[in-house]
Design a protein around this ligand. Structure first.
Ligand SMILES: Nc1nc2c(ncn2[C@@H]2O[C@H](COP(=O)(O)OP(=O)(O)O)[C@@H](O)[C@H]2O)c(=O)[nH]1
Ligand SMILES: [Mg+2]
Length: 301
């Protein structure tokens, strides 16, 4: 049997389930997931290696109109995820649309000649299976997709079948990474992202968009990993929400992030969180650079 390999980008509108799907496809939690748009801020790579295949996935921020500096940066990462790919997955929330914004998302695909599989996600939420058919027809009218695959990212069997459909479309090729390589994100980026995920999940309204997490210090000794992190927000009111009454909210955020880090890094963790107000961090290019995981250095392991 031949070995197939290739580079596959996962694109789509915010909240379609791109990160959930990528985690399921590589059978590991690499990208954070929350019920909020713009959870994913930078392109994240994850690798699946099977007996006869290797797929290098790239999860991207949801396609949306870019107004602020951080949104422009996010859209740049989507555009660069279009080039030099073997296949694109366009993830669609099959329970809605296509709206005007969905059409704008599909327009992004016209910049490339790479084949695009339309993945109609969240079909578990449809009342009847066949309700996906009119959605397929509407997307078929918008773009020349290579195929339409209805799926639920929460269903292991369906994810497996999708992975097989992807592999069938990849060229013969080598394994580019060792079999145990899942992601090239540094541990400190994953740690910062897990803290951000808990903030997104536990707070509401304008807080999620205003949050950035920075790792200040990372110390490992005698089987204990000490992580000191700052949660940046833009306003005093947001700081108050994250702290909660007598510090109850930041405690919940810290506990839940720490528990997940302990599972991920397989070490006991001490997590120290601070909250700081930094107005307009989203507009500062120099700051956005320091947040990008490709520039996050330091000896992590
Ligand atoms: N019911 C259901 N929920 C899903 C499915 N896929 C993703 N979700 C949920 O949709 C929300 C957004 O998912 P996420 O992966 O962060 O979307 P992204 O913005 O496209 O990366 C989260 O609450 C997920 O748990 C699915 O197939 N079925
Ligand atoms: Mg995402």
């Amino acid at each position: 049997m031949i070995f197939r390999s290739g580079f596959v980008s996962i694109l789509g509108r915010p909240n379609a389930g791109k990160s959930t799907l990528m985690n399921a496809l590589v059978e590991s939690k690499v990208a954070i997931v929350a019920d909020k748009p713009q959870t994913t801020r930078s392109a994240i790579q994850a690798v699946w290696t099977g007996e006869h295949e290797q797929i290098i996935f790239l999860d991207t921020p949801g396609i949306h109109k870019a107004e602020s500096a951080i949104h422009k940066r996010m859209m740049e990462s989507v555009r660069s995820a279009l080039s030099e790919r073997d296949l694109l997955l366009y993830v669609i929330d099959a329970t809605t649309g296509p709206s005007e914004a969905d059409r704008h998302g599909v327009d992004m695909l016209r910049h490339t000649s790479t084949p695009v599989l339309a993945v109609l996600n969240k079909t578990d939420l449809l009342e009847r299976k066949e309700d996906v058919l009119p959605v397929i027809e509407r997307y078929r009218a918008l773009f020349d997709f290579a195929d339409f695959l209805p799926i639920s990212a929460l269903d292991t069997g369906q994810v497996l079948r999708l992975r097989e459909a992807i592999v069938a479309r990849l060229p013969e090729g080598p394994a580019y990474f060792p079999a145990d390589h899942v992601t090239d994100q540094p541990a400190r980026f994953l740690a910062a992202e897990l803290v951000r995920e808990k903030v997104l999940r536990l707070t509401q309204q304008e807080v999620p968009h205003s949050v950035a997490v920075l790792i200040d210090k990372w110390e490992e000794s005698q089987g204990l990993l000490k992580i000191y992190a700052t949660i940046l927000v833009e306003r005093d009111g947001q700081k108050a929400i994250i702290l909660g009454a007598r510090g109850s909210m930041i405690k919940r955020i810290g506990t839940s992030a720490r528990e997940e880090m302990e599972k991920l890094f397989e070490i006991k963790i001490y997590l120290d969180l601070h909250v700081k107000v930094e107005a307009n961090w989203r507009e500062k290019p120099a700051f956005l650079n320091t947040m990008d995981w490709r520039t996050m250095t330091g000896d992590d392991h």
